[in-house]
Design a protein around this ligand. Structure first.
Ligand SMILES: [Zn+2]
Length: 251
């Protein structure tokens, strides 16, 4: 809950997760006053439409962070069912229609709240994030994961390292909403990379317990990632690159 300075009223924002495919999360950003709901990175249409209907919400907007089909596959089906406009980086036009193309510095009104767009290329060349400064939350797609980061499909280690440093420089209490449930596997790698880090050991244990109960481990926070994410904690892009290749082959 935050005060909307312009209108002097409270904007009530709630975020819910829809688990789809193997390990994707579609995030629903909901305004409990207006009923408006945005779906971030809808992999598929029907489970998202059902999740919104079950809650009695109204799907009014679609946001994408990057073009990958497991983040855009539900765009057309949701738009056909609801008429919701699609906001996305230009690269999403490869796989979907887009109503509004956004890039670094653009502002997007989402369910009555305001997000600023960040260009964070590396996982894909046109990957973006949506940062809600007032609500203290950021949607980072496949750039950062809890205790991990995305693979470098269309960018460099330098770019990804800079993205992670930028996210980690946000206020400590900012909640980070990631595109996948990778926490436990990432925690195992983090424990291997930083065997002496007590915060990592604690979080590995916690993630194992939560996943054992079938619970969602996200969102994470800037504070948690600074303490436990080896990719964020790397001292430079060379160390980051070494960790990224080690993780690619870690079992
Ligand atoms: Zn992806």
């Amino acid at each position: 809950m935050v005060v909307d300075a312009q209108h002097g009223r409270m904007v009530m924002i709630e975020v819910a997760a829809v688990s789809v495919l193997t390990d994707n999360y579609v995030w629903l950003i909901h305004n409990s006053e207006s009923g408006e709901t945005a779906a971030v990175d809808p992999s598929v249409a029907d489970p998202v439409l059902e999740a919104v209907a079950t809650r009695g919400w109204r799907l009014t907007q679609i946001l994408n962070t990057h073009w990958h089909p497991d983040h855009t596959g539900g765009n057309q089906g949701i738009q056909a069912a609801t008429g919701a406009p699609i906001t996305a980086p230009a690269e999403a036009e490869r796989v979907s229609t887009v109503d509004r193309i956004v890039r670094e510095g653009d502002r997007v009104t989402v369910a009555g709240a305001e997000a600023v767009v960040w260009d964070i290329p590396a996982h894909t060349a046109g990957h973006i994030a949506y940062y809600f400064e007032d609500e203290r939350m950021i949607f980072v797609g496949d750039t950062m994961f809890a205790m991990g980061c995305g693979r470098l499909f269309e960018g460099t280690a330098q770019e990804m390292f800079a993205n992670l440093q930028r996210i980690a420089a946000l206020p400590a209490d900012v909640r980070i909403y990631c595109g996948h449930e990778y926490t436990l596997a990432n925690a195992r790698f983090a424990a291997h990379a930083e065997p002496g880090n007590a915060d990592v050991a604690r979080r590995l244990e916690q993630a194992a317990e939560m996943r054992g109960r079938g619970e969602i481990t996200l969102p994470t926070t800037v504070a948690e990632e600074r303490a436990t994410n080896p990719f964020v904690r790397a001292s430079d892009s060379e160390e980051f690159a070494r960790l990224r290749s080690a993780k690619d082959s870690f079992r």
